[in-house]
Write a protein that binds this ligand. Structure first.
Ligand SMILES: [Zn+2]
Length: 83
């Protein structure tokens, strides 16, 4: 008889693994990105990037800001934030 782990246990450890992965991703993101102490600063910079008079330097996609759970400051992202 095969001794497979309980499906609920397996799901729990998969969930744990996923949580660790997204945590690691967030840490990496945080270190790579410029952090703004105030959201208004991040937003101002995002607007600047989107409205650069030099087309070559202008962002082609909307830029969003989000509060970083790692450093508590704000970063810019091109990903649509989750509600
Ligand atoms: Zn951060």
């Amino acid at each position: 008889m095969n001794e497979l782990p309980e499906p609920s246990l397996l799901r729990a450890s998969l969930k744990q693994l996923e949580a660790e992965r997204s945590w690691a991703r967030a840490v990496k993101n945080c270190q790579a990105k410029k952090a703004y102490r105030l959201e208004v600063h991040a937003k101002a910079h995002a607007l600047q990037l989107m409205n650069n008079p030099r087309k070559r330097l202008r962002a082609e996609v909307p830029i969003y800001t989000y509060k970083c759970p790692m450093c508590g400051m704000y970063h810019l992202t091109k990903k649509t934030p989750k509600p």
